[in-house]
Design a protein around this ligand. Structure first.
Ligand SMILES: [Zn+2]
Length: 424
């Protein structure tokens, strides 16, 4: 009995300790892809001096907030506030070069500042984060700014019952977390063969603008249990080194990805030296892996490299070839179309979209034939062992150990709620 009380007390202490360890909110630059959100936010109540630098208290200032409506322009909005047409023209002239005021879109929020002489300034929010301040009180000034992003850490766990995607979204988390998780463990875990009962635990960042949720930030640490093996990854972020590493500081990334997709796709035909060809009606080697995926599915480059070919070539259809280094080369066949800018000589990053799944050339349905060559010899991309990216340098080991220790404790405390297996 006293043992139970003692255990409870230790747990309580651990919780208090964790609460202390929790980092204060910090402000960071927003990832570019998150800025493109379409939902614009409502401006919160104004403090004495608002975020845009206007003193609104005891200053006889009036602020009117609005949302750009369909077919509304700067001209229409400012005319409604009795701004002189000539002044509106001058404002547009002054702004050109820094802000395109003709680019106002429905849903964007704005605020108009007025004093005794009428409207004299406007704040226009191009997005939740970015805005422009236009002031025509004396001289016309146009400035741009942004609202700071608040980062809060969060935790989530899930037991796989169907796909990783469904488990992540089922836990009420953005599907992006699934994409990033698959990125982190892409080499450790075979996402093409997840099993019921596999599970994950993740400590990650949520991004907010003025208390409104914007999206996920970085994954800080994660655990993935697959077929009884536990894989762990920790994010290390140092001025000169950044990335995911395992307990021992080995990089989680390989020089080449296992498959050229962001999400797992079904293999419809594997690498073989003698396969019956469905169209040619004969046995011949199949030196690639076919992934059955819907037309238009983005195809990504498995590694950094240079495009050596991007053209229509007979039975291969639209093909892209990429040279990664002196020994590794990859090829992507039957594409519906290439991504813009993909042509011979162009450099690509690992994970960059190079084209889209199709069925050009000799193909019975939409699929990607992915081929990998080592020293110009075709190899089975599914089974081949590829070199790992560089592990963490000796000089960071001490700092990294602390990161591992901290997140290990927290991961261990994330509770795993076993889902009741459905009978479907
Ligand atoms: Zn193929």
């Amino acid at each position: 009995m006293s043992r139970t009380i003692l255990a409870g007390f230790v747990c309580l202490l651990a919780l208090i300790f964790l609460a202390i360890l929790e980092r204060p909110e910090k402000v960071e630059d927003l990832k570019e892809d998150i800025i493109t959100t379409q939902n614009f936010y409502e401006i919160p109540p104004m403090p004495a001096k608002d975020h845009y630098g206007f003193v609104t208290e005891g200053n006889e200032l009036e602020v009117e907030e609005g949302v750009v409506r369909r077919n509304e322009s700067l001209y229409i909005i400012l005319r409604r506030h009795d701004v002189d047409p000539q002044m509106i023209y001058n404002i547009q002239q002054s702004a050109s070069g820094s802000v395109n005021l003709r680019r106002m879109m429905p849903g964007q929020s704005y605020r108009i500042y007025k004093d005794d002489d009428g409207a004299f300034a406007m704040v226009w929010h191009q997005s939740k984060v970015n805005y422009a301040t236009i002031n025509w009180k004396d001289d016309i000034t146009v400035e741009t700014g942004n609202i700071p992003i608040t980062v809060k850490e969060a935790e989530v766990a899930g037991v796989i019952t169907s796909s990783l995607y469904e488990t992540v979204t089922g836990a009420g988390v953005s599907q992006r977390l699934g994409v990033e998780l698959a990125d982190v463990f892409g080499w450790e875990v075979d996402f093409f063969a997840l099993r019921n009962g596999d599970h994950f635990k993740v400590i990650y960042e949520n991004l907010y603008v003025n208390d409104e949720y914007l999206g996920i930030g970085d994954i800080k640490a994660a655990e993935f249990q697959h077929r009884g093996n536990i894989h762990k990854a920790y994010y290390f972020d140092n001025e000169s080194r950044r990335g995911f590493f395992d307990e021992n500081g080995n990089s989680m990334q390989k020089e080449l990805l296992k498959a050229p997709f962001n999400y797992s796709q079904r293999i419809s035909s594997g690498f073989s030296n003698s396969r019956f060809h469905p169209i040619l009606n004969e046995r011949r080697p199949h030196h690639g892996t076919d992934y059955a995926a819907p037309t238009g599915t983005p195809i990504i480059s498995v590694g950094e490299g240079t495009v050596t070919e991007a053209q229509y070539r007979g039975g291969n259809g639209n093909i892209v070839q990429i040279r990664h280094n002196n020994s590794y080369k990859s090829a992507y066949l039957h594409m519906n179309r290439f991504a813009s800018g993909i042509r011979p000589g162009v450099k690509v990053e690992q994970g960059q979209v190079i084209g889209y799944v199709g069925q050009t050339g000799l193909a019975t349905g939409p699929h990607l034939c992915y081929r990998l060559y080592v020293n110009d010899r075709p190899v089975n991309s599914v089974t081949v062992d590829l070199p790992a990216a560089e592990s963490l340098e000796e000089e960071y080991h001490h700092e990294y150990e602390q990161v591992v220790q901290h997140f290990d404790d927290r991961l261990a405390n994330i509770e795993l709620v076993e889902e009741i297996a459905s009978n479907r």
